[in-house]
Design a protein. Structure first.
Length: 422
């Protein structure tokens, strides 16, 4: 490594995760890898160490180990480096390929629209993956939360994340307005008076690599379908193109392993061949209601950025909220696992919040390493601990007869359950 880490906590043992061969997506994973971890801001100081202890226990229970490399972003980085996102941190994750982080808060005037987005862009983590499944014992606002078992693939680098916009009242926005109205001929579209204007690029390149990730996941994990979510009935040349390019990937790159919904019904009378994936599409607003009304009919969803933000949070609500919902940002041969929730600074250091989201995000990381048995241990241990009534305050106040424990105590209970299961 060319970088000298005088502020990064470098472990004494462990090896880097590497690619099997340069340019490939397959990883060469040692039994004792170095994994960078960012605790994050606010409650990150509580949930980060909790996740560490659980993931390390699952690794050790399956004959492996993890050497944690502490790296910094957000408030902790400002204290040590005088900046929010040091090169040390980015380069550590880039080199070691597998990392996990807690929540980050972007301060006003920091130079970044979002530290989370900046990390994803710098590392080209173009897929935001959010598995959504219910754990027994977790309170839910729906009557049958167990019907929810979806994996959302949200494009992570374009659409609204591209961030091309102009502020009302500026010379720049008037230039754009003049171009739209006078040059392009849309002179009756924008109302008179101040206006903010934004552009949402959706590219063939960005769409197709995201859809490939979703289809590959479905094939590798025995999922029946991939649904393209879009608003192409209105935005025909951005979201409509997302749909069309997604179907092109399915039609041109997967042979008989993938068929479209039209083919399923027109040529096969609805009989899906074994070991195939059906690709279909739904309008975004309709899909929001189908999350509730036809939950069990969907497996994997592939979406542009903004649709993915809405849909994945709505799905997370059905399984108990963002305190439970895991996530990860994935590129080619690289992953940064992270919880969906924010940093909740008013609870920082109180050892009281629910660490399940970051622990289960770590489960995705373990699966990415190929450590499925360790990942299964994490899920089962978390579920058994919650089912026993041993929970943090947010769940204890919603269930009858629960035992309220601190963040660290919950992690200890999960570790004990891992040891029992192993």
């Amino acid at each position: 490594m060319s970088q000298h880490y005088d502020k990064v906590s470098v472990p004494e043992e462990g090896e880097a995760v590497t690619l099997v061969e340069e340019g490939a997506d397959e990883l060469d994973v040692p039994d004792h890898p170095v994994v960078p971890i960012i605790y994050g801001d606010g409650i990150g100081v509580d949930v980060g160490p909790a996740a560490q202890s659980v993931l390390e226990a699952a690794a050790q229970a399956t004959g492996r180990d993890i050497s944690w490399m502490r790296v910094y972003a957000g408030e902790s980085a400002r204290e040590m480096y005088g900046e929010n996102l040091p090169d040390d941190t980015v380069e550590a994750i880039r080199e070691h390929r597998v990392a996990i982080k807690g929540p980050l808060t972007t301060p006003v005037g920091s130079g970044f629209r979002s530290l989370n987005v900046a990390l994803r862009k710098k590392l080209d983590l173009y897929t935001n993956m959010r598995p959504t499944y219910h754990l027994e014992g977790v309170p839910s606002p729906v009557t049958n939360p167990g019907a929810m078992d979806m994996v959302n693939f949200r494009e992570n680098t374009e659409d609204v994340y591209a961030g091309i916009e102009w502020e009302a009242g500026t010379d720049e926005v008037e230039e754009v307005r003049s171009f739209v109205e006078d040059t392009m001929g849309f002179d009756d579209t924008i109302h008179e008076g101040p206006v903010g204007i934004g552009i949402k690029p959706i590219t063939e390149f960005g769409t197709k690599r995201l859809v490939r990730k979703a289809i590959d996941y479905a094939l590798e994990n025995g999922r029946d379908s991939v649904t393209l979510i879009h608003k192409g009935n209105i935005m025909k040349f951005t979201e409509g193109q997302f749909r069309d390019w997604g179907y092109e990937v399915a039609d041109e790159e997967y042979g008989d392993d993938v068929i479209t919904e039209d083919t399923l019904w027109e040529e096969r009378d609805g009989e899906q061949p074994e070991n195939t994936v059906v690709v279909n599409d739904r309008i975004a607003d309709n899909m929001l209601q189908q999350l509730l009304t036809r939950t069990d009919q969907y497996d994997v969803l592939a979406m542009p950025n903004l649709n993915g933000d809405y849909l994945s949070d709505a799905a997370g609500a059905q399984i108990g909220g963002l305190g439970i919902a895991p996530g990860a940002n994935i590129g080619d041969g690289r992953i940064l696992a992270e919880p969906v929730h924010g940093s909740a600074p008013k609870y920082a250091g109180q050892d009281k919040v629910n660490p399940c989201a970051i622990i289960l995000s770590g489960r995705i990381m373990l699966e990415y390493l190929g450590w499925e048995n360790a990942a299964d241990l994490v899920r089962d241990a978390v579920e058994n601990t919650i089912s026993s009534g041993t929970v943090t305050y947010d769940l204890e106040r919603q269930i009858e007869g629960g035992t309220k424990v601190a963040t660290s105590e919950f992690a200890e209970a999960v570790v004990d359950e891992i040891d029992r299961l192993a």
